[in-house]
Design a protein. Structure first.
Length: 520
């Protein structure tokens, strides 16, 4: 029985902390007092309730129309409401075709920047954690003959908040720009423009926040097993392992959310694809129109930022496994170790900067098998010592396939008009319908590999030396591991419209290694 205590104290510099969701709620409450929803109908309906503002208040409602002071009150409220947002401290040009429908006022975001709104300021970050990790282990020889052992252990193991988790808020923050394609490659004056046409979307910067209550990731591990000697130098053991990874790190986008259609229970899809008037490279003064793109819509919270990534303890992982191990200890100049593992590994993401948290529509489909999950693994290792100081050995492994995802990456406008780079698990079929899948729901085929090694020991003068020769992947298998498949148009591989982008790695092939070691 034991306990380990870790004191963690980290500091860095960042910016003032704010919650875009709470700021949006306050903004909507203020705007609901105005006539925005009464005039724009569903364009500004955020909660399904059609607010009439003061227009139906008996103190202001008159047969002759709204009095002058009511209009003045509306103007003041529409000026005060955007000030509830925190804006990025960097002044950059912003272009959003549908900003007025979201803000409820005909105003350019650049004008709002110049009005001295609530700019984000520099602030220090300090994270302090006291981590108490208890440990417990027990072993027992049930028959007191030295040939059997039952054992169990439980412990909590804390990791650490490494450097990169603390410096993300320092920047640099990124700015996204989106331009129309100019087919003729020249501008109005006939100068080359690298086929970059008129700007379509100029979003404000994307920023990262560090959760001020960031906790240290930890693992709870339980191990229970039994080992028995079957014959002299030969033992068999079975072990059950349970690991739960808590408070795992991930950054998620807090500045966008989705909406559910109450009639269908599915994500709302009213826009996402912006249709520009005219053809490629043709500029027009007509306002573009929007159409559904078959993907869930994104609604922005704080229009003064594009995306706001918050790094926090959002993820969980788990491992469950049973291991059967046969050990023949070194005797009569040879030894052998064989094992079989049956396991399952599930979680939300493999990396704390994984793009799985970048899109709120992925939340319910994010949890799944991790990309290193293997259901069955069989390993065999053997070594023999031969006369003349020779050693030979080999390893063999057979393992079931690792999982991979079918994904679709695309660009889509949010409700303001900022272009978002997005990813969804699933594919669009030939009928144009997007079919959603869970992450890592497909499997690579099983694979095997065999390796061998020979070593000769000898003496050079007063120094001992050795030479070895190794062969990796003796059977020269060329197994292909797929990490993800992106069928841009169709999953039907026989379709004439098939376009695939596959992230994959093929096994290197047979390899040889020769080396010499000298000990002085």
């Amino acid at each position: 029985i034991g306990v380990r205590v870790d004191l963690e104290d980290l500091s860095s510099f960042g910016h003032t902390f704010f919650n875009p969701v709470e700021e949006r709620r306050v903004y909507n409450d203020i705007m609901s007092l105005t006539d925005v929803e009464a005039r724009q109908n569903s364009e500004f309906d955020h909660d399904g309730i059609h607010d009439q503002g003061f227009t139906r208040d008996p103190l202001y409602e008159t047969a002759a129309g709204d009095p002058l002071h009511l209009n003045q009150l509306y103007s003041e409220l529409k000026s005060i409401a955007p000030r509830r947002f925190t804006r990025h401290e960097l002044d950059v040009e912003v272009q959003a075709a549908y900003l007025s429908s979201v803000l409820g006022r005909e105003a350019d975001l650049n004008d709002l920047f110049e009005s001295g709104f609530n700019a984000r300021r520099d602030a220090d970050i300090r994270i302090q954690n006291t981590n108490i990790a208890p440990r417990f282990s027990l072993s027992w020889d049930p028959w007191a003959d030295g040939k059997s052992k039952g054992f169990a252990s439980w412990g909590r193991f804390y990791d650490k908040l490494f450097l990169n988790t603390m410096v993300l808020e320092e920047g640099p923050d990124l700015v996204a720009r989106n331009y129309a394609f100019d087919a003729n490659g020249v501008d109005f004056f006939g100068l080359p423009d690298n086929q970059i046409g008129a700007s379509r979307s100029l979003a404000p910067p994307t920023a990262t926040q560090i959760d001020r209550s960031l906790a240290t990731p930890y693992t709870d591990e339980l191990t229970v097993g039994f080992e028995r000697e079957l014959a002299p130098e030969l033992s068999l053991s079975v072990t059950y392992i349970r690991r739960d990874y808590r408070h795992q790190l991930q950054n998620v986008d807090l500045n966008h959310n989705t909406r559910i259609d109450p009639e269908t229970g599915r994500f709302v899809d009213n826009f996402g694809l912006e249709l520009q008037p005219g053809g490629f490279g043709e500029e027009s003064t007509a306002r573009p129109t929007r159409a559904a793109d078959g993907k869930p819509d994104l609604y922005i919270q704080n229009v003064f930022f594009n995306r706001i990534y918050r790094l926090g303890n959002f993820n969980q992982q788990s491992y469950r496994g049973v291991e059967l191990e046969l050990v023949r200890r070194l005797s009569r100049k040879w030894q052998l170790n064989g094992s079989y593992s049956l396991s399952r590994t599930q979680g939300d993401a493999e990396s704390f900067l994984s793009d799985n948290g970048d899109d709120p529509t992925l939340t319910e489909f994010e949890s799944g098998y991790l990309n290193y999950d293997q259901r069955h693994v069989i390993k065999l290792n053997a070594t023999a010592y031969l006369p003349g100081d020779w050693q030979i050995g080999g390893t063999g492994q057979w393992a079931s396939g690792l999982p991979f995802s079918v994904i679709q990456k695309f660009n889509s406008d949010d409700d303001v008009g900022y272009v978002q780079s997005r990813k969804r698990f699933g594919y669009t079929n030939d009928s144009g319908i997007f079919l959603t899948e869970h992450r890592n729901s497909h499997r690579n085929p099983a694979n095997y590999v065999f390796n061998a090694r020979a070593r000769k020991s000898f003496v050079i003068g007063k120094a001992s030396a050795g030479a070895f020769f190794e062969v990796f992947n003796i059977l020269n298998s060329d197994d292909l591991r797929i990490y993800s498949i992106n069928p841009t148009l169709s999953k039907n591989f026989d379709s004439p419209n098939r376009q695939l982008q596959i992230d994959e790695v093929r096994q290197f092939g047979r390899r040889f290694e020769f080396g010499i070691q000298i000990d002085f």
